[in-house]
Write a protein that binds this ligand. Structure first.
Ligand code: PMP
Length: 360
């Protein structure tokens, strides 16, 4: 079978092995005579899948016991609201670092719930870098500090994180969760929509320090309260069973790759392949992000004129590359190279970029 050269930003490429295994189990899962999505979410077969997904995520990310792993629907966008609804109390302010459109959206939702502060921003510099920020500056009434660990649209990524000795650190990791090895203890809440590195859309993973669960008001609507998910192992109501099943397969695949350090090494290599082409192109390709903020997941670049960018995208499409157009808000080009994008596909893109430069 001819797999597409898929550089979509999300939903994105999934590992072939995962899709093949899923294909078989769509019709007859574990000799039940039923497909995975036809099983009751209360059945022992589904329960095992659910528990395995949580256990594998705990193992891969080395999530300590004082954190809960929750599966919630509504995408990362619902977390923009749930985070302040659950964590932002009266007399407090939620601090947001603006490093891209998604952090801006998160801030706007928090504004509807309570008081917010823009802790740092690179908005007026077209979000070309992660703004410098020290958590020492944060006042005592801060409910939490919110960051976006990887900025999918602009192609920037936090390399180190502000220390969180005083204020809980909340991170939207939608576009780089599971892409590198990091200490979960640095964070108090991590959330990520699955559709980039974790699986298909439909499930959002929330990793929350148990202590924080005490903050949620009992007056919150049931499905917007983290405790509802924590108290019932994310089985209070029907979870997105198919998405969680696929998540469990992706996690199994990630474990087989050798874990997060191994995955990080591969991701670093893949990103370097493309950034080298940009850096060695003598200005033919112009990277959007400052070098020290470059993302290993989303490589954003322009060509020196809009017409040439258009020509590049057209020829890339004809050559079989999918999803290389930049986000509709900034245009240009973007190659999303999440965990499941094979190294060979990245090398093919690098060769195409080189050849395109030589011809133009
Ligand atoms: N945060 C980031 C960093 C994202 O990249 C995205 C989606 N691309 C979102 C949030 C929104 O996610 P969802 O579509 O799952 O609501």
């Amino acid at each position: 079978m001819n797999r597409a050269l898929n550089f979509n930003a999300g939903p994105a490429a999934l590992p072939v092995e995962v899709l093949k295994e899923a294909e078989q189990n769509l019709l007859n899962f574990s000799n039940t005579g039923m497909g995975i999505m036809e099983l009751s979410h209360r059945s022992k077969e589904y329960q095992a899948v659910h528990d395995q997904a949580i256990a594998l995520l705990r193992k891969l990310m080395a999530i300590p016991d004082d954190y809960e792993v929750l599966f919630i629907q509504g995408g990362a966008s619902l977390q923009f609201s749930m985070v302040p609804m659950n964590l932002l109390g009266r007399g407090q302010a939620a601090h947001y670092v603006l490093s891209g459109s998604w952090s801006d959206k998160a801030l706007k939702e928090a504004d509807k719930i309570g008081e917010t502060v823009i802790a740092a921003s690179s908005k007026d510099q077209k979000y070309r870098f992660i703004p410098a920020y020290s958590q020492d500056d944060i006042p005592d009434n801060a409910a939490y500090l919110h960051i976006t660990s990887n900025n999918t649209i602009y192609g920037t990524q936090w390399k180190t994180f502000p220390s969180n000795k005083k204020t809980p650190l909340v991170a939207d990791m939608s576009s780089d969760i599971l892409s590198r090895s990091l200490e979960v203890e640095q964070f108090d809440l991590i959330y990520a929509g699955a559709q980039k590195n974790l699986g298909p859309s439909g499930v959002t993973v929330v990793i929350i320090r148990k202590e924080l669960l005490e903050r949620s008001s009992e007056n919150l609507p049931t499905m917007l309260n983290y405790n509802t998910f924590a108290n019932d192992n994310s089985l209070y109501n029907t979870p997105p069973t198919l998405a969680i099943y696929l998540l469990s397969l992706v996690l199994k695949w990630a474990d087989k790759q050798g874990g997060l350090q191994q995955i990080e090494n591969t991701n670093e290599k893949k990103a370097k392949t493309l950034y080298d082409i940009i850096d060695e192109s003598e200005g033919f390709y112009i990277g959007h992000a400052h070098k020290d903020s470059r993302s290993r997941m989303n490589v954003t670049f322009n060509l020196h004129s809009a017409d040439l960018s258009k020509e590049f995208l057209q020829q890339a499409k004809e050559a079989g590359f999918v999803g290389l157009g930049g986000h509709r808000s900034i245009g240009g080009c973007r190659a999303s190279i999440y965990n499941a994008v094979p190294e060979q596909h990245v090398e093919k893109l690098a060769a195409f970029m080189k050849a395109f430069k030589n011809k133009n």
